[in-house]
Design a protein around this ligand. Structure first.
Ligand SMILES: C[S@@+](CC[C@H](N)C(=O)[O-])C[C@H]1O[C@@H](n2cnc3c(N)ncnc32)[C@H](O)[C@@H]1O
Length: 205
């Protein structure tokens, strides 16, 4: 693969190009490392939306654990076509080419919105993680508005990430002040983070 910089991760063309040849890549960690945390908050019969699914086996792994109502979106048409073909035997699993900043679903459709290492792409141009730019914070705010729109009241936004809580929590709490937000740590040699963000039951936005 040609050399690239972290900033390319915000470029749709970069991903589209990459997925024309790459079959699978798992960012950060696999489902077996956090499935117990997930099952503590998300029931098997939940309707789940996965943001920026890429070519990870995450959704298929969850499916095999009993989560059979999963809708996946990514803005790369190639990866969606590849994943649709690869997992055509998983009845009920959906794949859509869609920008996560423009989620084309009915209001309150999902019990859970899940992402792994997709939120990170919003911050790849940052020079100082302690002081994210207004632009990145605005992007996060816009994304959380989309997530809030499609998530039912009392539903969960779950973010599986390598971004440490001292960077991620203040940001999430600043853009979602009324949500209940907590995190768990997992991993042995290297630590990863499981952020659980509960949309308030009385949320009006
Ligand atoms: C770092 S990869 C993570 C892939 C996968 N979630 C994983 O854990 O292996 C980020 C993914 O987000 C997708 N993506 C980035 N921006 C997006 C956007 N605005 N809308 C939809 N997908 C996006 C990219 O195409 C890429 O597949």
């Amino acid at each position: 693969m040609a050399t690239h910089t972290n900033e390319d991760y915000q470029d749709r063309g970069y991903w589209e190009n990459r997925y024309q040849t790459e079959d699978s890549y798992e960012w950060c960690c696999d489902v077996s490392q956090w499935s117990k945390l997930f099952s503590e908050v998300v029931a098997n019969n939940s309707r789940i939306l996965v943001l920026g699914c890429g070519n990870s086996s995450m959704s298929a792994d969850l499916y095999h654990l009993g989560y059979t109502q999963i809708v996946n979106v990514d803005y790369s048409p190639s990866v969606i076509a590849n994943m649709q073909k690869k997992y055509e035997n998983l009845a009920g699993m959906e794949w859509h080419t869609m920008d996560m900043f423009d989620l084309n679903f009915e209001t309150s459709t999902f019990d859970c919105v899940l992402e792994k290492c997709t939120l990170e792409v919003l911050f790849v141009k940052e020079k100082d993680p302690w002081n994210p730019s207004d632009e990145s914070v605005k992007q996060l705010e816009l994304l959380m508005q989309q997530i809030s729109k499609v998530l039912r009241p009392g539903g969960y936004f779950i973010s599986v990430s390598f971004t440490q809580p001292h960077f991620r929590l203040p940001l999430l709490r600043s853009v979602c002040p009324t949500w209940s937000i907590r995190h768990d740590v997992f991993g042995d040699a290297f630590h990863y983070f499981f952020y659980t963000c509960e949309k308030p039951v009385s949320h009006t936005a």
